[in-house]
Structures are given as structure tokens and as C-alpha cells.
Design a protein around this ligand. Structure first.
Ligand code: PXP
Length: 238
């Protein structure tokens, strides 16, 4: 089974914002990623607009022809994007507005009612809902109970431990994926995945539907070019 590669283009917007103009052009980069083989485009429009802006969310909605995945904390602004654009997928992350990057999954037990309500609201728009989680059994079971279609594994801990002991690093994800597969939750994954650790993750996680990758992919593109880099990541997932 092949796994979809959704390219997270936040860092392209970070680079653009550093100068205040429109270089690189985020919309053009999204179109090029798709042409170079990306199966989807992911963005994380944060309230401070430090990378993806509200205008980017609107502009990208006009051009993305593959899967449009919008991730973020489900506040009113996020829900307004859902209503307006009906992307392919909403990935709900628990980040507060000022964090540098997502560094943990949801506690789906503590926030069950909130997530259940939001998930139903987003699903009623015809949008697939994925919930960013760690590997704890009860967290995954509750993601299913609250109505999510998929989970996205927070792979930061896997990436951190991969170089020390890859067997130990993957073990909790193997166990968590078995639970998700058994109860019928789709599996996505993201955070700190790269050309070193991606193939091993894919090899060990049956039914991995999608990975979203930004930081390492954009960094690799500085050396290999965007087209080559996307093809290299796709080969790891074949
Ligand atoms: N998934 C989620 C929920 C994220 O917040 C991020 C970072 O924006 C990613 C995946 C992608 O992580 P990375 O940029 O490390 O590839």
C-alpha cells in the first residue's frame, strides 16, 4: 500500500514573510509541489500569521487540486476556514497560540466533549477529521469514540529516539497502530520525519495512509531542489 505524501509548506511562508514581499510565492510552490508528485498540501495557519496567513488559506483553496489539509487548534478562526473552504481534511492539534511548533498530541480523554462537538461540526461539512495524538491506548480508543476518521501520530519522539535505538523508537507506534487498525481508525503521521527515519516508520506501520512533512523536506530542497526532494520522499514511501 502506498502512503500519501502531503507537503507542509509553512516554511515556504516563513521565508516569504522574512522580507515582506511575495518571494517565494506560496501559491506557486504549492502548485509546483503537486506537479512534482506531492499527494497533498498541508498548512497550519497560526493566529499570529507568522507563516501561513489567512489570505494564503484562501488563495491555496483556489489552486490545490490534490488533498488540502488544514491543521490547527480548532478555534473560531479555524472553524471559519472550514466553513469557507471545506478542505479535504482537518487535522486538529492542541497547540496554544504561541508555541513554536506542535510538541504533543491531544489528551482525548480530558478534552473528549470538546473534541466530540468540534469533530461532529467539521464532519457535517463533509470534511475528514484527523486528531493529532501520541501512542497511548486510551487516547487512541477515545479518538475513535469521539468520532474522528483518522489519527495523526505525533512522531517527534520517534524521530528523537531513532538514531539511538530505532527498534525501541518504533515499538510504541507499532502497538498503537495495531489498536487503530483494529478499531477502524485511519493512520496519518507527522513531525520530524525525514529521509533517514521515514522508510523505517513506513515499513513498520501497516496501513499508514498519509505523512505530512515540512521542515526536513524544505531543508533538503535547498540541497537537492524541490522536484528531486519530493521524488526522494515518495520513493521512501513506495
Ligand atoms: N503535523 C503537525 C500536526 C504539525 O504541527 C507539523 C508541523 O507544522 C507537522 C506535522 C510537520 O512537521 P515537520 O515540519 O517537522 O515535518
Amino acid at each position: 500500500m502506498s502512503t500519501k505524501l502531503s507537503v507542509n509548506i509553512n516554511k515556504i511562508a516563513t521565508l516569504r514573510n522574512a522580507r515582506g514581499g511575495n518571494l517565494p510565492n506560496v501559491v506557486q510552490v504549492a502548485k509546483d509541489c503537486e506537479q512534482f508528485g506531492a499527494d497533498g498540501i498541508t498548512i497550519h495557519p497560526r493566529p499570529d500569521e507568522r507563516h501561513i496567513t489567512g489570505k494564503d488559506v484562501d488563495d491555496l483553496a483556489q489552486v490545490v487540486t490534490t488533498e488540502y489539509n488544514i491543521e490547527g487548534y480548532p478555534n473560531d478562526r479555524f472553524l471559519a476556514f472550514m466553513e469557507k473552504h471545506k478542505p479535504t481534511q482537518a487535522t486538529l492539534v492542541p497547540d496554544g497560540p504561541n508555541v513554536l511548533t506542535s510538541s504533543a498530541g491531544w489528551d482525548t480523554v480530558a478534552h473528549f466533549e470538546f473534541l466530540e462537538k468540534i469533530t461532529a461540526q467539521i464532519k457535517s461539512l463533509g470534511i475528514r477529521v484527523s486528531i493529532f495524538v501520541g501512542t497511548d491506548k486510551s487516547i487512541i480508543e477515545n479518538a475513535k469514540k469521539l468520532g474522528a476518521d483518522r489519527i495523526e501520530f505525533y512522531t517527534g519522539p520517534y524521530a528523537d529516539n531513532y538514531s539511538k535505538n530505532k527498534e525501541a523508537a518504533i515499538q510504541p507506534f507499532i502497538e498503537a497502530a495495531a489498536i487503530a487498525n483494529e478499531i477502524g481508525l485511519g493512520i496519518n503521521a507527522g513531525h520530524d520525519l525525514n529521509l533517514d527515519n521515514l522508510a523505517y516508520f513506513k515499513m513498520n506501520i501497516p496501513n499508514l495512509l498519509e505523512v505530512s512533512i515540512g521542515h526536513a523536506l524544505v531543508t533538503d530542497a535547498l540541497y537537492y531542489g524541490l522536484e528531486n526532494t519530493i521524488q526522494m520522499y515518495k520513493r521512501e514511501l513506495a
